[in-house]
Design a protein around this ligand. Structure first.
Ligand code: BGC
Length: 742
């Protein structure tokens, strides 16, 4: 659609406010406005419609101008499983814009979406998030959004749609952008088609350069895996067609095309309908994701751990698409709360998630049921079929994300914004759980989702009431911290009492006098220890049982989405450092290393990604990659102990199998950097940078000051004494080089 307008004076400033029920690309005088992709991103459009504001001063001039837009289904009109299309509203698609011109005289004029716009069909025949885009270049109308174009009979006045009742709000989070280009790693002829391997699983699309005759159709099929014959295998995408088509206009100079309003999760693309063999330069992989800036870089001297980090980072990129999604490829791409809950610790190391979280928490509140239960997906496109109850471990994202965000950036505003919603959630559980055990109102109870021993995905290998009660404690602990930070004294007292009540009830129901917890599953032990649900006198016994269980299974984890992320913390906290590394470095099935050895370039949804049920098998899910949070905190040694990293702890879990480790992390106060080495003789060295307004509590493997050199001289920093066999040193802002003799 387009509209001519005239700027009657010199333009001092021009701003475009724009959004759609659908997805849009806006143009002024033939040029694209901004570089946001797939805007506006996923949300509950019946409640809130986010717009963006662009400074377009340089795009508008005195005299004749044109504003235009292409509009497609986007998240509003595409299929969003299982509700079908238009999960949050009704057709038609709508476009809303307001161009505000401020003339040098100070006079303000507005060009808005009204009756005066003209519309015509575009070359995009169909575009859907899951299914892909069909484009017919013969239908292009060059210059359609520029002055001097004369709309012909194909153009008609737009229809004015009924107005919306949802709130219009500015977007606070970064847009989805084009974040990188990948070159083909290989290009093979298979059954008359061409299969390109980008060597990396990612989210985005392929950009192609083709030559041929008008009407010739090129088809691109996207997939994460290949069939034995080398063609793409889309079996794990379920109903998502993940196919783009391009019909050539027949330009003898060649044609370059990429889709606008869809995306795919893939590593391979199969191209058919070409007249000539493509060269690697004819097909590029375009990587897209929300432009949350990178804050963390791990440097661990072991290829398994380092690759595991890279893979989880790619899974984060692929799933940061306006909202945090579960996967980028099959017919879901939904804001699954459990996945985000467990991954946020790692996510907030890798990237600055402050505004991304702020944006999504508004969706989480929009999806919250009136009774206080947080939904299991936000936005909740399943609200017509799902019970209005809270799934343990999924709903908790509503508390844990604000907590994590406050911890990382030190700003209590995120607590205040979500306080009411978070207290309502705890209130929902409390009202159902008089006896201190959360057993009722679990809704769809996913349990320790995809645990190794489960016979089907949601099989309860750990008692659901144990998980529910542990999650309740987990969220209550976070509420206590947040109540304290925001001086909510009464709430702090209430939550403290609640925590004590849960502790007592949990111990009575699940902790047996011989140290067994629940049914003796690993996840039962892990959650009980992690959330302080074990009476102090039994802790060692319980931890020993976890250790023995893992060892008796062959030094492997049997845990799923909820147990896995905390497994290594619990082992490290209880003195099982060597088992931590056994698990991290393991390469046989099941393990993180197994995925790496199988050539994974992202984190798999399930331990047996290579062999599991194909319908529930994504190769790009970040939940099991949550362990990367542990690697930043407990191996690289950047462990936040005060909000905003005002204070952090360097106390790495060490093992001779890993000779070096470290990370850099851009905290709000500046760059923290750690680099340690441990040589075969046991000599340890740490190079450390502590930014302004930050203090580090450094635990060095020495019990005697004389074994430590600081910047080549005897120890100068203040020692705080020996804790667990390590010398603790207080380090203020500055750069340090500590050398510790074995
Ligand atoms: C999603 C998950 C999600 C789960 C809920 C799946 O289909 O992909 O990651 O958390 O359902 O149990």
């Amino acid at each position: 659609m387009r509209r001519d307008f005239s700027a009657t004076d010199a333009v001092a400033q021009a701003r475009l406010y724009v959004t759609a029920l659908g997805a849009y690309e806006a143009y002024i005088n033939g040029k694209r406005v901004g570089d946001a992709l797939l805007a506006p991103e996923s949300m509950d459009f019946s409640k809130r419609i986010l717009y963006r504001v662009f400074d377009v001063t340089n795009m508008v001039g005195r005299g004749a101008n044109v504003i235009g837009a292409m509009v497609a289904d986007g998240w509003y009109g595409s299929y969003t499983s299982p509700q079908g299309r238009f999960a949050f509203g009704n057709p038609p698609l709508r476009f809303m814009a307001q161009l505000e011109l401020t003339y040098s005289s100070g006079r303000v004029e507005r060009v808005v979406t009204d009756q005066s716009w003209m519309i015509s069909a575009s070359p995009i025949l169909k575009s859907d998030i899951y299914d892909g885009e069909d484009y017919d270049a013969r239908r292009e109308q060059p210059g359609w959004a520029a002055p001097g174009f004369h709309p012909d009979a194909k153009w008609s006045p737009v229809a004015i749609a009924p107005s919306v009742t949802a709130k219009l709000q500015p977007t606070v989070s970064p847009p989805i952008r084009r974040m990188g280009l990948l070159k083909a790693k290989s290009l093979k002829a298979v059954n008359g088609s061409w299969v390109v391997d980008f060597g990396q699983n990612f989210a985005g699309w392929a950009k192609i350069r083709v030559k041929g005759i008008a009407g010739q159709k090129v088809t691109l099929k996207f997939a994460e895996i290949l069939k034995p014959d080398g063609s793409v295998d889309q079996a794990n995408l379920r109903a998502a067609l993940a196919t783009d088509t391009y019909v050539l206009k027949g330009d003898p100079a060649g044609e370059v095309w990429e889709p606008r309003f869809t995306y795919h999760g893939f590593r391979y693309v199969e191209i058919s309908g070409l007249s000539n063999a493509p060269t690697p330069d004819d097909v590029m992989g375009v990587v897209i994701h929300s432009d949350t800036s990178r804050t963390g870089h791990l440097r661990i001297g072991h290829p398994i751990i380092q690759t595991l980090w890279q893979n989880s980072l790619w899974s984060q990129k692929s799933n940061f698409m306006g909202i945090p999604t579960d996967c980028p490829q099959r017919d879901e791409r939904l804001g699954w709360m459990g996945d985000a809950h467990v991954f946020w610790d790692a996510a907030a190391f890798n990237m600055d998630v402050s505004t991304f979280t702020q944006r999504w928490m508004a969706d989480v509140r929009d999806a919250q049921w009136p009774n206080g239960a947080f939904a299991f997906i936000s936005p909740n496109s399943m609200r017509d079929t799902a019970p209005n109850e809270a799934s343990p471990g999924w709903a908790d994202a509503g508390v844990i994300l604000p907590w994590t965000t406050w911890q990382r950036y030190g700003d209590t505003e995120v607590i205040n914004q979500n306080w009411e919603a978070m207290s309502a959630y705890i209130g929902y559980i409390a009202a159902l759980s008089d006896d201190g055990i959360w057993s009722k109102g679990h809704g769809w109870d996913f349990g320790d989702w995809l645990a190794l021993d489960s016979r089907w995905p949601g099989d309860h290998t750990t008692p659901p009431d144990l998980i529910g009660t542990a999650m309740w404690k987990h969220s209550t602990l976070a509420m206590m911290d947040m109540a304290k930070a925001t001086k909510r004294q009464k709430a702090l007292e209430d939550y403290t009492r609640l925590a004590e009540k849960i502790d007592a009830a949990f111990a009575k129901a699940f902790v047996h006098s011989d140290g067994t917890v629940g049914n003796g599953s690993q996840t039962g032990y892990i959650l009980a220890l992690r959330y302080n649900l074990v009476p102090p006198q039994l802790r060692a016994e319980v931890a020993g049982r976890l250790h023995d269980n893992i060892v008796s299974r062959g030094r492997l984890l049997t845990t799923g989405f909820l147990g896995t992320p905390h497994s290594l913390d619990v082992l490290a906290d209880n003195g099982y450092a060597s088992l931590v590394y056994d698990l991290l470095l393991r390469t046989e099935y099941p393990s993180w290393g197994y995925m790496v050895m199988k050539g994974a370039t992202t984190t798999w949804e399930r331990w047996n990604g290579d062999a599991g049920d194909i319908s529930m098998n994504s190769f790009n899910h970040y939940a099991l990659g949550a362990v990367i949070g542990f690697v930043y905190r407990r191996i690289a040694g950047i462990d936040p102990i005060e909000p905003g990293f005002r204070r952090f702890r360097f106390n790495p879990v060490l093992d001779r199998r890993v000779a070096s480790g470290g990370a850099q992390y851009d905290a709000v106060s500046g760059r923290i950097s750690t680099d340690w080495t441990l040589n075969p003789e046991g000599h340890f060295r740490l190079r450390l940078s502590v930014p302004p307004n930050t203090r580090a509590e450094v635990h060095l493997p020495a019990t005697n000051q004389t074994n430590i050199r600081e910047n080549g001289k005897p120890l100068a920093s203040q020692s705080l004494g020996i804790v667990n066999g390590r010398m603790v040193i207080e380090a203020g802002p500055g750069d340090y080089d500590f050398a510790v003799r074995a």
